[in-house]
Each structure stands twice: as structure tokens, then as C-alpha cells.
Design a protein around this ligand. Structure first.
Ligand code: FAD
Length: 389
């Protein structure tokens, strides 16, 4: 979106992704949500279409497109009705490897990126820990130097897709917090094999998105070679930050996509369902929450695409990306709630899908960063208020 609408090329990206998604109907997503079966066929179709490498450099087999185009891809997936079951199945492929793109050596890039883009390798991203939560500087997983490289031990939580991953991007402490100049110094980022003899991944039973699991990881003496270190030792937090703004934008547009899917279902149902001798959608009490949700979704979307445009132009986008993630997640959630309510009792039935959307809409309100931390960021960095935490 160079201005307020898609360019011809971007429109063709949207159409291309929508075509892939059209082969995976509501029934497919309902089944994966019920059984927990990973949407393998969908991911393969997206990989075959070349969409997993949309934002990766052309030199390693990607399409070399920007965050704007990646956002169009991911929004189209969510909006198709795949919701977060579909978006989260490929989300990491789209922007997860960015620290390798930006800070990896040529050898690291050429060895890892083409295999991630083709879908041959599957990665997970392990940051969150049970004892540190949003305070990343307090994470306890340690990486100790050895002659061959490092040995990593510790615990991670919520790691998405760890059951299927054969690669892990992991952040660990290489210098104790007390000895580091700043609390966020001394953290290092590694991209390495997911060695199941050293990492035990236990799925977490959770509210929604059963098809894409989250795990607690118990890491016991994981040996990683020197060349698994991304960039410089101790600078991992800085590298992580680089990927945060794009990820917030992707969450924002995915939420908007999910909200749009919910509104589409609600409008359809409200036209067809007749009560008191007329379609329920003829009542303003049914129309207005849906119309209000539409307005909220479109406003959030504008800010998300503004953030993407700033990022693609190499400009500062922290405030916009954070605000867009906040607004997108809230608008997506409200739209899903309005859709459930417009369906009445059927909103609670699996057969109409909106109860799944409603559960999935909670994800973006919590991850990858909570609403409170976003508001903390805006209060401090935009409004100049004292840091509160
Ligand atoms: C479906 C899902 C998938 C995920 N996938 C991954 C993944 O692949 N990899 C990964 O590393 N992580 C992943 N996460 C983890 C996610 O990023 C974290 O859950 C999130 O960052 C919040 O951290 P926490 O759960 O530890 O919350 P906590 O840090 O325990 O915070 C709990 C609550 O307290 C609030 N709070 C804490 N401190 C303050 C403060 N100072 N001011 C105001 N409010 C505060 C928070 O906003 C939050 O609402 C995933 C989570 C979910 C739900």
C-alpha cells in the first residue's frame, strides 16, 4: 500500500494468496482445530507458491519484498477464514529468520534461509521463560562457552511449533546479569538444531489454535557449535529488538484479517436468519455493533500499513507498530465478539466457526507483547512520561 490503496502488484499478491487459501475451507480449519492436526497441506501449498519467502532476500531464494507485502500475505491468510490457525502456522517463516538475514554471516544465511523458505526446515523461536515473563532481561537460560561452542541449559515456555521444528532460534544469557553493563547486555542469540535428545518439548493445553501447538521446553546441556551464534556474543537482545516492530505489524494485520472474516460471517448470517418475521440484520441493534467493528478494523489497518510503510522506508516505526498491534488486536477481538453475538446461540456452536475466531482473537491481545506493555511504551517514548516498570 503506497498510499491508501493497494498497488497493482500488491493486489496480485492478495489475489495469489487468496487463491491458495480458497483450497482450504471452513471444514478444513474446523477439523484441524478439533483434532489438533497441524495444517501441513496448507503450509506446503503456501511454500509451493513461494509465499513463505515473501520478505526474505532474493539472493537466498526469497521474493525480496517488504513488510507491506508480507502484511498483505498474512492478512489475506487470516481473512480467508484460516484465522490464527493458518497465520500462526507460517508466521515464523515470514519474519522469524530476520535476525539471521540482518546479522548472520554469509555462510549462516546461505545454509539456513533457503531451507526455511522452501519449508524443508521448520523453526521455532524461544524467548519467553516461565520465571521472567515480559522482563526478557531477567531470563535464566544460560549458554556457557566450551571449546567447541556453547552449552545451553534452561527452560522456555509458550514456544510455538516446537513439536515439528528441527531448528530453534533461542536467546540465552552468556554473561550474568549482575556482570553486564546494562541488564539487556549479555544475552546471545543462537540458531541451531532442535536436538530432541537435549530438549524436551511438552505441549501446553490451551484455549484455542489447537492446530499450532505451544510448548514448555526443558533444555538440558544442549551443545551448539560456535557458528550457531548470530552476530556478536552478548548483543542478542539488540538483534531481537530489530524484529519486534515487524512482528507487531504482522499481528495487527492478522487480527484485522480475522476480524474481517468474523464480520463477513455475521453479515451473512444476519441476512439469512429470520426472527419476528424479518431478517435479524434489519434491526439496527444487530447492524450497529457490526458497522462499528468495521470502522475500528479499518482504522487499525491504516495505522498498521503506515507502520509497515515507515519500516520499509527505513524510518522509525516503533510507536506506530506498537499502537497498530494494540488497536488491531482490540478491533479484531471486538469484531469476533460482535459476530458471536449476532449469531445468537449459533455463535456458540462450532459449526458457524465464529466461536473459534473469538478464541483465536485472544492470542493477539496477549502475544507477542501484552496490551499493558504497549501502553507503557507509548506513555514513556511518545508522551515522555517516566518509565513505570
Ligand atoms: C498462543 C501463544 C503463542 C506464543 N508463542 C510464543 C513463541 O513462539 N515464543 C515465545 O518466546 N513466546 C511465545 N508466547 C509468549 C508470549 O509472548 C507471552 O505470553 C507474552 O509476551 C506475555 O508474557 P507472559 O505470559 O510471561 O506474561 P507476564 O510477564 O507474566 O505478564 C502477565 C500480565 O501482567 C502484565 N504486566 C507485567 N508487568 C507489567 C507492568 N510493569 N505494567 C503493566 N502490566 C504488566 C502483563 O501485561 C500481562 O498482562 C506465546 C504466547 C501465546 C499465548
Amino acid at each position: 500500500m503506497s498510499g491508501f490503496w493497494l498497488t497493482e502488484e500488491q493486489e496480485s499478491i492478495r489475489e495469489g494468496v487468496a487463491r491458495v487459501c480458497s483450497a482450504f475451507d471452513d471444514e478444513y480449519w474446523r477439523r484441524t482445530d478439533e483434532t489438533g492436526e497441524f495444517p501441513e497441506a496448507f503450509v506446503k501449498a503456501m511454500a509451493d507458491g513461494g509465499w513463505l519467502g515473501a520478505a526474505m532476500p532474493e539472493s537466498v531464494g526469497g521474493a525480496g519484498l517488504g513488510l507491506t507485502e508480507a502484511s498483505i500475505v498474512m492478512q489475506t491468510v487470516a481473512e480467508s477464514g484460516a484465522g490464527f490457525s493458518g497465520a500462526s502456522a507460517i508466521h515464523l517463516n515470514i519474519f522469524g529468520p530476520m535476525p539471521i538475514v540482518k546479522f548472520g554471516t554469509e555462510a549462516q544465511k546461505s545454509q539456513s534461509l533457503p531451507r526455511l523458505i522452501s519449508g524443508e526446515d521448520k523453526m521455532c523461536f524461544a524467548v519467553t521463560e516461565p520465571n521472567s515473563g515480559l522482563d526478557t532481561s531477567s531470563l535464566e537460560t544460560k549458554a556457557e562457552r566450551t571449546n567447541e561452542g556453547y552449552r545451553i541449559s534452561g527452560r522456555k515456555i509458550w514456544t510455538t511449533s516446537a513439536q515439528r521444528a528441527n531448528k530453534i532460534l533461542i536467546i540465552a544469557r552468556t554473561t550474568p546479569k549482575a556482570e553486564a553493563k546494562k541488564p539487556t547486555d549479555g544475552l546471545s542469540l543462537f540458531f541451531t538444531d532442535f536436538d530432541r535428545s537435549r530438549i524436551d518439548a511438552k505441549p501446553i493445553p490451551k484455549m484455542g489454535r489447537k492446530a499450532v501447538e505451544c510448548n514448555t521446553l526443558f533444555i538440558d546441556d544442549l551443545h551448539v557449535p560456535h557458528d550457531a551464534l548470530i552476530g556478536e556474543e552478548g548483543q542478542g537482545f539488540k538483534y531481537l529488538l530489530q524484529g519486534l516492530n515487524p512482528e507487531r505489524v504482522l499481528f495487527a494485520v492478522e487480527s484485522v484479517g480475522l476480524g474481517r472474516a468474523a464480520l463477513r460471517k455475521a453479515a451473512q448470517y444476519a441476512k439469512e436468519r429470520v426472527v419476528f418475521g424479518r431478517p435479524i440484520g434489519q434491526n439496527q441493534g444487530v447492524q450497529h455493533p457490526l458497522a462499528k467493528s468495521w470502522a475500528e478494523l479499518e482504522a487499525a489497518n491504516l495505522l498498521a500499513f503506515k507502520a509497515a510503510a515507515l519500516y520499509d522506508a527505513g524510518r522509525e516505526c516503533g510507536a506506530e507498530a506498537n499502537a497498530a498491534k494494540y488497536l488491531g488486536a482490540e478491533a479484531g477481538f471486538s469484531a469476533c465478539e460482535a459476530s458471536v453475538l449476532a449469531h445468537g446461540g449459533m455463535g456458540y456452536a462450532k459449526e458457524y466457526d465464529v466461536e473459534r475466531y473469538f478464541r483465536e482473537a485472544m492470542i493477539a491481545r496477549i502475544a507477542p507483547v501484552s496490551r499493558e506493555m504497549i501502553l507503557n511504551f507509548i506513555a514513556e517514548r511518545v508522551l515522555g512520561l517516566p518509565k513505570s516498570y
